[in-house]
Design a protein around this ligand. Structure first.
Ligand SMILES: Nc1ncnc2c1ncn2[C@@H]1O[C@H](COP(=O)(O)OP(=O)(O)OP(=O)(O)O)[C@@H](O)[C@H]1O
Length: 569
């Protein structure tokens, strides 16, 4: 890719030492970092590389695409693009013995979840103990362990600096406390190049992500600072950024631009309106000359994303026009769907055992679902549900009647019997239907619907089918389903197409770029402005909306309920 470099960019490339480049969405932070890296290649000794650290695999893919545009194949080989997790895992694997005198093993999330639910006490203390005494590190401790290593061992810092004379740190504004310790330790020995946009700070609800991170960096490290400001190369002819900035600053009137289209719906026309909006966005992009458009459908919550996935998978009619099904991928929290799938699998096992034992297994699986939910985002409801279902499982196992309604409904359903015929797809639906029919379990039903997105349907169906053929039942289905979904989850992480339609929540869209974006607000959930946790002017929600809007290169379609709060006051 040939770019005319302006004076500011030339100065960035010429600047030695640590660098902080600020800039809005699409201002070219990633791009200039790679140009800067390109300038360093000539000076690299054999074995030396430039490290590009980012947060998510999705962001990494985006950086790799940009590498392809800018760097030659041999230059690309000299850049290592990694998530913090991957970097830390390698560090712990190679040098973790220095920490506690024993080599390090890893506790994967599925396994951690099980241990956590079985552990009676403060898990955050226990997992630290496991790390210190057994060398067993769970994912969340990778960064802390690596920071301990780098802070404690100058020789190791030297080793890392020897391999990576330059480290680029993406999305620096969202760096958490332990990641910051890593960057600070490495800044003593190697050049760090931090990229940041304070306005794209969307994770600062987390305790360990300090809103003052940029100032902390400036205080700790002598760093040259450049600001690309509001430059916008992602959608240079588009009013998208102006629109997004007006939303961010709550400054009316909203700029009128053909690049942002707003559509509203009445409650009963939600599905057809969303479906039409997505189809319209694709065809508008094609009309604008984008041959194979990529369109992201974004909303605030996974729960709405799950509904949207179902909507796009069914035909609708709008103004007498038939809207055909839209093939799409979904980026979502697969762990929760997997946990809900295990509940369904446990129902498939009902006919194979005693009532008390079968029902207790299902109730424990439900408790497991809520424990996971609570582990991902702590809420009183999730914690309380986990406790109630655990209690119900204990009662049922003793042959006593459970107290909660949903558990009573399950007991009744069990007594009525589930009719399974040895046809896994049909039987799966029968078992899943039970969750749909019990109001308190509808959340699990919504999650389990997403299981088809694992693309594991074939593996699941054939696994279950084999079970049935071998034993005339689905005995062991819970373990089978768990294993298959865990495998698929690892594979799915690597699969991501560059074209077509993809659904995800706005947090997950961070760092990504698409031709078109359809932003969807629900009428009863997933409002654009989070009125439960925020006061007007909803600064946090506005930052998130800006991230969503600015993911689009060419076109944004916004779908909102008729009576929604205006985007600017
Ligand atoms: N100097 C430039 N001239 C022309 N196009 C550019 C320039 N810099 C970047 N671009 C293009 O602009 C788009 C956005 O660039 P980039 O991803 O580097 O921005 P960013 O600041 O990292 O964005 P974000 O923070 O939103 O992820 C890319 O398509 C890139 O090719």
């Amino acid at each position: 890719m040939k770019l005319e470099l302006c004076d500011k960019r030339k100065a960035i490339i010429a600047q030695t030492g640590h660098l902080l480049v600020l800039g809005g969405p699409g201002s070219g932070k990633t791009t200039i970092a790679l140009f800067k890296a390109q300038g360093r290649f000539a000076t690299l000794k054999p074995g030396q590389e430039v490290l590009f650290l980012s947060f998510s695999r999705a962001a990494i893919r985006q950086v790799l695409l940009r590498c392809k545009e800018i760097l030659t194949p041999s230059q690309r080989r000299a850049v290592v693009v990694q998530t913090y997790h991957a970097f830390c895992m390698e560090m712990l694997e190679a040098h973790g013995r220095l920490l506690h005198g024993r080599s390090v093993r890893f506790l994967y999330p599925g396994e951690e979840r099980l241990q956590k639910s079985a552990f009676d006490g403060d898990w955050s203390v226990e997992r630290k103990r496991q790390a210190a005494e057994m060398g067993l590190y769970c994912f969340d401790l990778f960064a802390a362990g690596t920071a301990d290593l780098l802070e404690g061992c100058a020789a190791l810092r030297g080793l890392v600096a020897d391999r990576f004379p330059m480290i680029i740190v993406d999305e620096f504004q969202d760096t958490d406390d332990n990641q910051w310790r890593i960057v600070r330790a490495l800044a003593q020995v190697t050049d760090v190049f931090c990229l940041a946009d304070p306005e794209q700070r969307i994770f600062d609800y987390r305790d360990d992500i300090d809103p003052r991170r940029l100032d902390i960096l400036r205080e700790a490290v002598a760093i040259a600072e450049f600001d690309l400001g509001g430059e916008n190369h992602r959608s240079p002819n588009a009013g998208i950024l102006h629109f997004a900035d007006a939303v961010l600053r709550n400054q009316g009137p909203l700029p009128v631009t053909p690049d942002v289209k707003q559509v509203s719906y009445w409650g009963n026309a939600f599905s057809a309106t969303v479906h039409t909006a997505v189809i319209w966005t694709f065809s508008a992009l094609r009309r604008k000359g984008v041959e194979k458009p990529s369109v992201a459908v974004l909303s605030r919550s996974n729960s709405l994303i799950s509904d949207l996935s179902v909507i796009l998978s069914e035909p609708h009619t709008y103004n007498n026009q038939l809207l055909s099904v839209i093939e799409h991928d979904v980026v979502w929290d697969a762990e929760l769907s997997a946990a809900a799938a295990i509940v369904v699998a446990s129902i498939l096992e009902w006919p194979t055992g005693l009532a008390a034992e079968s029902l207790a297994r299902t109730l424990l699986a439900i408790a497991g679902f809520y424990k996971l939910k609570n582990a991902e985002e702590q809420t009183n409801t999730a914690a309380e549900n986990a406790r109630k279902y655990d209690e119900a499982a204990a009662k049922v196992a003793k042959g006593e009647e459970p107290r909660i309604k949903a558990a009573k409904a399950l007991v009744a359903a069990h007594a009525a019997g589930v009719a399974l015929i040895g046809e896994p797809v049909a039987d799966w639906k029968v078992a899943r239907r039970l969750l749909q029919d019990i109001p308190a379990l509808s959340e699990l039903f919504r999650e389990v619907r997403l299981v088809r997105l694992f693309r594991a349907t074939d593996a699941l169906a054939s696994g279950l089918s084999e079970r049935w053929l071998a034993s005339g039942s689905y005995r062991g289905a819970s373990d089978l389903v768990k294993r298959i979904l865990e495998q698929e989850r690892l594979i799915a992480a690597e699969r991501d197409s560059q074209f077509g339609c993809i659904l995800m929540n706005m947090h997950k869209a961070k760092g990504k770029e698409f031709d078109g974006v359809v932003l969807v607000e629900g009428a009863f959930k997933s409002g654009f402005f989070d009125e439960r946790t925020e006061q007007p002017p909803f600064e946090r929600s506005r930052r998130l909306l800006r991230v969503g809007l600015t993911r689009a290169r060419t076109l944004v379609t916004i779908v909102r309920p008729q009576n929604a709060r205006p985007l600017v006051d």
